[in-house]
Structure formats: structure tokens, C-alpha cells
Ligand binder design. Structure first.
Ligand code: ADP
Length: 399
């Protein structure tokens, strides 16, 4: 019997998952993966085996299917799909590790208590991450679970990048810039070390452009700054989130419009960004397909703001050697990449239009001063690798 690890990334309306078989050395081999979407409305799942074939597809008409019930179904399916491969660990993406957690940790009751206390810092993500851990603990109480933090990669970023210009005592209460998407950046850093070790040692900006979007400035594969800050709302314009916003707007909304906290939260997290500006969709593909001028304006604002943030990160890096695009938009959208790179041409970027059009691994010209790469991210693999390391599974030590 061989061993297997399951990675879970549980959000408010979706659960992403991946199954990995472990070879004898404890290296994770991807076996299947997919996503449950539409939780709370009409949940549906598509899971694909490693050859791309559909391994499980189902739709539940019942809006009463809770996260817990869906995780139960997923767990049963995963165990069945893995057959002789025994699940020995479940790794979770946990958005917030606060000031304490700089690396993944095996989950126990004390850890759960500490992570609960961080929920107010990530109210839209953390509770769902923790609910998934609890649901699995109920299903399989003896199965080791590992928390992998999105903030951990940024834990040691320089104090000047982490500090907010608020009264000093507030920093001790946790008011600092944390940075997110850390599992994605860690995967990119790891991949870059393998495919382009020289560039990996240099000054690189990685642009994670998905529904959530951020950038990370890396030097020698370490985070030295991030566009996301105290929450995952800061920085780039996103699918439905504002990104950086004059804080005076929030004061004005409270004082002049009488808006409540939950109303403002909804506005900033769910009704803004590409969706808010276009009035059409948060999905970049739909915006490209539309001939509405508001769609065009939303796309232009997205690219303009991304380029502006990249330029700001270059200051922290004191220059730039490489730019990496990743996540849904970053990996698949040559138009957005070209718009961002065009605005950054003055830095020494020369894009190769043909390579860009086919999402090639390197999309800059041979004589471009800055290397521009496209690297598909894989947060689930990073979670599996962390779970294996945290539980010493590679050494064959029983978990
Ligand atoms: P999440 O943050 O939910 O993981 P993804 O990384 O899947 O999001 O990114 C979703 C975004 O990627 C959407 O805006 C979607 O339109 C965009 N996207 C996915 N594929 C393409 C494509 N082929 N061309 C342009 N945009 C794409």
C-alpha cells in the first residue's frame, strides 16, 4: 500500500482540492484535482484525473448542501479514487498566520484556538479555512492535518515594508502589513530556482493575477514587499475588490452616507474591482468579449494599476531583473500582460509578441534587459510538499 496526501483550499463559495500519491521517497505525484463551486447556491464539482479525463462530475440542486456536507462527499470520493493509496495527511491553505506562524504547522486544539483568534483579520477567508479543518477532524479524527499559511512567505519581509504609518502601539496589536498569496509565491520561487537559477537569485516581481490579485517583490526568492497588506484588499484592482483606496473614502462613507461596517465590507470586497467598474462582470474573459466601453475602461484601469504597483515595488528592489506572471489572468491573458509590460517598457522590458500570444514560458525578447516569464502556479502542490515536510513523511516516519 502506498501513501497519499490531500490538499484543500476552502473558500466561501468554493473548495479547491488536489490528491497526491507519494512515491517511495515521499515525493508527491499529482493524481487528481478539481474544484467544488457554487457553494450556497447550486454546488457543482468537477474533478479531473491526472490525464485530464473527468474523474467525477456532479451537481447538487440542493442549496442546503453545506461546506461540511460537501467535504464529506469529497473525502469519501477521494478515498475511493485513491484505492490502495492510504490518505496519511490533509494539508490546508490557511489564509492568516498572524505575526506568529512563519511556517506550516501540524494542527491540534491549541493551534485551532490561535487561528480562531485571527479570524477578525481575515473575516472572509479564515473562518472557511478553519471550518474545513474541523469538518475533516470530525470525519477522520486521527488523520494528521497541516495548516499552510498564505502569510508565511512574507513573514520576514523588511520592517519598512511591513509597517503601517499608524501610531506605534497599534503595530503591537497586529496592525501591520502581512501580505498574502504566499503559497503561490513560494511555488513560483521554487520553480524559478529550478528553471532559471540565475534569475531566481536576482530581483523579481511576481504578479499573481487571478480573481484575487497581488504582486510580490522577491530578492533571492525571499519576499521583500507585497501589494497586499493588513488584509487581502490592498494593492491591485481585483475581480470584485477595490485594491488600494484612499482611506478617506471609508471615513466619508461612514460619516456622510451612514454606511455600516458590513455594508462597506460588501462594497469593497464584493461589488468593486472589475465588476464594479465595468458593471458587467468580474471575469476578465467576459470583459474582453464585451464591446461595452465600461468593460474596456475596467480592463485599462486593471492594467494601469498593476503597472503602477510594479513600479512601486521596483523601488524596494532598487531595480528589476525579472517579471513573472501567474494565476488565471497572468497565465492565460496575453492582452493584459502586453498592456502591463508596455507601460513598463522604460524599465527595460521588451516583450516578444509571438511568445506572449502563446503563453510561452519566456515572453521577453532575447535582448530584453528584464526577463519576463509565465509560470503556472500550483498552490495545492505547495500545500502537499509542506504537509509531507511537516509530518516527516519523506523519511518514512509514520505520521
Ligand atoms: P482565483 O483567484 O479564484 O484562483 P483564478 O486564478 O482562477 O482565480 O483566475 C480567475 C481569472 O482568470 C478570471 O478573471 C478569468 O477570467 C481569468 N482567466 C482564466 N482563463 C483566462 C483566459 N484564457 N484568458 C483571460 N483570462 C482568463
Amino acid at each position: 500500500m502506498t501513501r497519499a496526501v490531500v490538499s484543500l483550499n476552502s473558500g466561501s463559495s468554493s473548495i479547491k482540492f488536489a490528491l497526491f500519491r507519494l512515491d517511495e521517497a515521499g515525493t508527491p505525484i499529482h493524481a487528481a484535482g478539481g474544484k467544488i463551486e457554487g457553494i450556497g447556491t447550486a454546488p457543482r464539482i468537477v474533478a479531473r484525473a491526472d490525464d485530464g479525463s473527468i474523474a467525477w462530475e456532479q451537481q447538487w440542486p440542493d442549496t442546503g448542501m453545506t461546506h461540511e456536507a460537501l467535504l464529506h462527499e469529497l473525502f469519501d470520493w477521494a478515498v475511493g479514487h485513491l484505492g490502495d493509496n492510504k490518505v496519511v495527511a490533509i494539508g490546508h491553505r490557511v489564509v492568516h498566520g498572524g505575526m506568529t506562524f512563519a511556517k506550516p504547522v501540524r494542527i491540534d486544539d491549541a493551534l485551532m484556538e490561535a487561528l480562531e483568534a485571527l479570524c477578525p483579520l481575515a473575516p472572509l477567508h479564515q473562518p472557511h479555512n478553519l471550518a474545513a479543518i474541523r469538518a475533516i477532524a470530525k470525519l477522520a479524527p486521527h488523520l494528521p492535518q497541516v495548516a499552510c499559511f498564505d502569510t508565511a512567505f512574507h513573514h520576514d519581509m523588511p520592517i519598512v515594508a511591513a509597517r503601517m504609518a499608524l501610531p506605534r502601539a497599534m503595530a503591537e496589536r497586529g496592525y501591520r502589513r502581512y501580505g498574502f498569496h504566499g503559497l503561490s509565491y513560494e511555488y513560483i520561487a521554487r520553480h524559478l530556482r529550478m528553471v532559471d537559477p540565475n534569475l531566481a537569485k536576482g530581483r523579481v516581481i511576481t504578479a499573481h493575477l487571478g480573481n484575487g490579485a497581488s504582486m510580490c517583490a522577491m530578492h533571492d526568492c525571499r519576499s521583500i514587499d507585497s501589494t497586499m497588506g493588513f488584509t487581502a484588499l490592498d494593492g491591485l484592482m481585483m475581480g470584485t475588490r477595490t485594491g488600494s483606496l484612499d482611506p478617506g473614502v471609508v471615513v466619508h462613507l461612514v460619516e456622510q452616507e451612514g454606511m455600516t461596517g458590513p455594508e462597506i465590507e460588501k462594497l469593497l470586497y464584493r461589488q468593486s474591482g472589475l465588476l464594479g467598474v465595468s458593471g458587467i462582470s468580474s471575469d476578465m474573459r467576459e470583459l474582453h468579449a464585451s464591446d461595452d466601453p465600461h468593460a474596456k475602461e475596467a480592463i485599462e484601469l486593471f492594467a494601469w494599476r498593476a503597472a503602477r504597483h510594479a513600479a512601486a515595488l521596483m523601488t524596494g528592489l532598487r531595480g528589476l531583473d525579472g517579471l513573472v506572471f501567474t494565476a488565471g489572468i497572468g497565465e492565460n491573458d496575453p492582452i493584459i500582460r502586453a498592456m502591463i509590460c508596455e507601460r513598463l517598457e522604460w524599465t527595460g522590458i521588451t516583450l516578444d509578441p509571438e511568445a506572449n500570444a502563446r503563453n510561452a514560458p519566456v515572453i521577453s525578447t532575447a535582448d530584453s534587459r528584464i526577463t519576463v516569464r509565465v509560470i503556472p502556479t500550483d498552490e495545492e502542490q505547495m500545500i502537499a510538499l509542506h504537509s509531507i515536510a511537516t509530518l516527516n513523511l519523506a523519511q518514512g516516519v509514520p505520521a
